[in-house]
Design a protein around this ligand. Structure first.
Ligand SMILES: [Zn+2]
Length: 264
């Protein structure tokens, strides 16, 4: 097994790099939310977009696609709760890294719901060979486990060329992507752990106080690291260390009986 190198935890503290680190951190996320508040942006949910468009008031929709960990989602959800804002968490049934139905994750999802955040499905249509109809059947399956989820929304995992996807034919997808396609909203994302098209506060949309859909992935903000790859490695290593504790909770008999030495 390849040894994990803690070199990934030492960073080049040049000014520019420190700025990036501070930016993509829990504190950085808090600052980002504050900047939108100071600019009189309202934080609204996907269901409220039409009513905010009519009002003409600046607004932002916070969206999180959860690919790697619900524990990171909980941390970001707490920051938002403390700031009095709400987001929508899109959770997948197909992550190789977390089980959306495990007891501990069920508690996290319930906590997010109790904080007033919305929960919806993050769909991996490629599991179904690209068949959106089949993939979206998962929405109702997911709702059987979590009856409070928003069944009117779904986001897509790693869509290549979103513009060529049949978004408009599927209500849940249209509700998430429709306003971006119709250019009522500007879409800004931290996919791959950086702002590919510049910082949101430098965007034309923000400067003109136009509506924004901001997609962020909690892991990039919660885990320290110089690059997205380093953040991922550090996170997975911590998860590995966490696994034994998880095993003790999940297999209590194993730890109570089978490893106890019998003395004669
Ligand atoms: Zn995804």
């Amino acid at each position: 097994m390849q040894k994990f190198s803690l070199e990934t935890l030492s960073f080049d503290k040049t000014k520019e790099r420190m700025k990036v680190l501070q930016e993509f951190s829990e504190e950085g996320y808090r600052e980002l939310l504050l900047a939108f508040k100071r600019a009189s942006y309202a934080f609204c949910s996907f269901d409220e977009i039409n009513q905010y468009l009519v009002k003409g008031q600046p607004f932002i929709v916070l969206r999180h696609d959860i690919d790697i960990s619900l524990r990171a989602a909980l941390e970001i959800g707490r920051v938002e709760h403390e700031q009095g804002v709400r987001a929508t968490y899109f959770i997948t049934l197909h992550s190789p890294f977390y089980n959306a139905l495990s007891r501990s994750n069920a508690e996290i999802i319930l906590q997010l719901h109790h904080w007033g955040h919305q929960v919806a499905l993050h769909v991996d249509h490629m599991v179904y060979g690209g068949d959106f109809t089949k993939a979206l059947l998962e929405v109702n399956a997911f709702a059987q486990f979590y009856p409070y989820i928003n069944t009117q929304l779904a986001s897509l995992h790693s869509p290549t060329n979103l513009e060529r996807m049949p978004i408009a034919s599927f209500e849940q997808l249209q509700n998430v992507y429709g306003h971006v396609f119709s250019k009522d909203m500007t879409y800004i994302s931290d996919s791959t752990g950086r702002w590919r098209y510049g910082h949101p506060l430098d965007s034309e949309a923000f400067l003109a106080r136009k509506p924004i859909q901001l997609l962020t992935h909690p892991i990039w903000w919660i885990q320290e690291g110089e690059t997205a790859i380093q953040k991922l490695k550090c996170w997975l290593y911590k998860d590995y260390l966490n696994s034994l504790t998880t095993a003790e909770a999940f297999l209590p008999k194993l730890f109570t009986f089978s490893n106890r030495r019998t003395t004669k």
